[in-house]
Design a protein around this ligand. Structure first.
Ligand code: ACO
Ligand SMILES: O=CC(=O)O
Ligand code: MG
Length: 567
């Protein structure tokens, strides 16, 4: 993604509304709001602009390298361990000691930075709350800026929310989860903030604004001298981790706090990154608090990496679970790698959520979550993710029962047996059938997710599962792959092959089903037709789009004072 893609909008004369007090070289085209102005202060923007200016060329280079790697995979190469960094993989070294405040991370809740959810998550009883500017958030100007306001109030301990319809006031409990923040990935621009005439890098805006406003109160009240804490998404190579490490060092220096104060957990959620886990930890060794199995993006990345490899097609999405050999190998190797270097190996997200109106189905969903968590804790993971507060007691029980009083398993679950996991293990093609139902479900879920995202919701319940940008990506790329290679569907004995024509009919039928499920009124008012257009185009494009959200972002960028600008 060229950061210059989102063109600088012509302001066309004098601004007629209040405007932010910006430093030299910075322009803001997002809506003015008094609350946002408390985040977008001149000094905070100066801080973000300094990061942008120092790191933009490094980021550009890293994104160019992604393109080059893609070119090689598309020519038939396979990802693998880099012989040049064998010394890092085989060397004996440790990451900086885990801050005491983070020793116990048995259950972490995640969720978008929406005000009520931030309070609910912090009060949920989880050890950690990962506040999400990424997979769970649609990155509209309103969501991002309100998210920053919410986090600032949360760190200050003053956040409240008044639900007038339900006559309920939300505020923080005495005991709250420790806050981690997940900025966007390197590829996403922030098209409402221009620095030297170019859109800012989304993650530097998310990180920079949050860090600038919260580092001092956070270290005082939450981190016992450490922090703030971050989750870092979607990296493909250790050179990207090195940029983050340099960003952290620069930020620490700029505000005068000790090097190593900031701590981050990296999601291993791209296929190339699984071969770089040691190298990623090594780059971030003074700032690391472990790795996490971002299983959903990892599956998406498997398809993306092998987009030109018709011998590596995925079965139905529901069949690609953690017990498939390549997924189990990834989780085992991640645990071994983290524990060898003295940091947490975090598990991932089970997609089931509570089912309120059906006790039997609810119990079955809970049982699937328990089973997933039991597998994780027995394998040696130190903690796991929960999508919903209702799942926390079950997840906590499984981890407590299997870990006793220990805060983590870093020293006790070394998993030396995973040392011999090979490139073949990590790349093994997942097994299972490809069905018409799978194609239909991908389509129905993908379109509904994009419709939600376009209207401001980045995580939604669909058919009793949590769906977010990562899970929706699987639906999209799997459809693309099946259409591209005309896969034969299993199950009907007729040898039906997926084609654009078949997919076109499926889209029509699934749109009709969505309309009947959500009701005519919601269907009309929602953005289902636009979502369908985006999803259909991406599933049938001759070359695979890198990210669903890059194209869709065009639809949610709104420049002020010129009104909506389709870029
Ligand atoms: C692949 C990945 O990256 S995983 C990480 C990113 N994804 C996520 O973080 C998804 C997080 N989960 C969610 O967003 C939500 O749970 C959803 C959208 C899946 C379901 O949300 P809802 O339909 O609102 O759930 P439901 O109606 O059962 O919620 C009940 C209550 O729990 C709250 N709640 C639900 N999930 C969360 C959460 N993750 N964090 C905080 N509060 C939550 C709701 O706000 C609601 O509160 P209230 O009773 O005070 O009104
Ligand atoms: O971010 C988490 C994932 O599974 O993707
Ligand atoms: Mg992810």
């Amino acid at each position: 993604m060229d950061l210059g893609t989102y063109g600088y909008p012509k302001q066309g004369g004098k601004r007629t509304e209040p405007y932010y007090d910006v430093p030299e070289g910075v322009d803001i085209t997002g809506r003015y709001d008094e609350e946002f102005a408390k985040i977008l202060t001149k000094d905070a923007l100066k801080f973000v602009a300094e990061l942008q200016r120092e790191f933009r060329n490094h980021i550009r280079y890293a994104l160019e390298c992604r393109k080059e790697a893609k070119r090689r995979y598309n020519e038939g190469a396979l990802p693998g361990f880099d012989p040049a960094t064998r010394y890092i993989r085989e060397g004996e070294w440790l990451c900086a000691p885990v801050p005491p405040a983070l020793a116990d991370r048995k259950v972490e809740i995640t969720g978008p930075v929406e005000r009520k959810m931030v309070i609910n998550a912090l009060n949920s009883g989880a050890k950690v709350f990962m506040a999400d500017f990424e997979d769970a958030l649609s990155p509209s100007w309103e969501n991002l800026m309100r998210g920053q306001v919410n986090l600032k109030d949360a760190v200050a301990g003053t956040i409240t929310f008044n639900d007038k319809a339900r006559n309920k006031v939300y505020k923080l409990n005495d005991q709250t989860a420790k806050l981690f923040v997940r900025p966007r990935g390197w590829h996403l621009p922030e098209a409402h903030i221009f620095i030297d005439g170019e859109p800012a890098t989304g993650c530097l805006v998310d990180f920079g604004l949050y860090f600038y406003h919260n580092h001092a109160p956070f270290r005082r009240t939450q981190g016992a001298g450490f922090g703030p804490f971050f989750y870092l998404p979607k990296m493909e190579h250790s050179r990207e981790a090195k940029i983050w490490n340099n960003v952290f060092e620069r930020a620490e220096k700029m505000v005068g706090i000790e090097r190593g104060s900031i701590r981050a957990t990296v999601l291993i959620e791209t296929l190339p990154a699984v071969f770089q886990m040691n190298e990623i930890l090594y780059e971030l060794r003074d700032h690391s608090v472990g790795l996490n199995c971002g299983r959903w993006d990892y599956i998406f990345s498997y398809v993306k990496t092998f987009q030109a490899h018709p011998d590596r097609l995925l079965p139905d999405r529901v069949l690609v679970g953690m017990t498939q050999h390549f997924m189990k190998s990834y989780s085992d190797l991640l645990i071994r790698t983290c524990h060898r270097h003295g940091v947490h190996a975090m598990g991932g997200m089970a997609a089931q959520i509570p089912i309120r109106d059906d006790p039997a189905a609810n119990e079955a969903a809970l049982e699937l979550v328990r089973k997933d968590k039991l597998r994780e804790v027995k394998a040696g993971h130190d903690g796991t993710w929960a999508a919903h507060p209702g799942l926390i007691p079950a997840c906590m029980e499984v981890f407590n029962n299997n870990m006793g009083n220990a805060a983590n398993q870093i020293k006790t679950a070394k998993r030396n047996d995973a040392e011999n996991i090979t490139e073949e293990d990590l790349l093994q093609v997942p097994r299972g059938v490809r069905t018409m139902d799978g194609l239909r479900l991908n389509t129905r879920v993908g379109i509904q997710y994009v419709a939600a995202w376009l209207t401001g919701s980045g995580s939604v319940p669909l058919y009793n599962l949590m769906e977010d940008a990562a899970t929706a990506e699987i639906s999209r790329v799997q459809n693309w792959q099946w259409i591209k290679y005309g896969v034969e569907l299993d199950g009907d004995g007729l040898g039906v092959r997926v084609s654009k024509e078949l997919f076109g009919r499926v889209v029509e039928e699934e749109m009709a089903r969505i309309e009947s499920e959500v009701g005519k009124d919601k269907f009309k008012k929602g953005m289902y037709k636009e979502a369908c257009k985006i999803f259909k185009r991406q599933c049938t494009a001759p070359t695979l789009d890198d990210f669903l959200t890059l194209d869709a972002y065009n639809y949610i960028v709104i420049h002020h004072p010129k009104g909506s600008a389709k870029l």
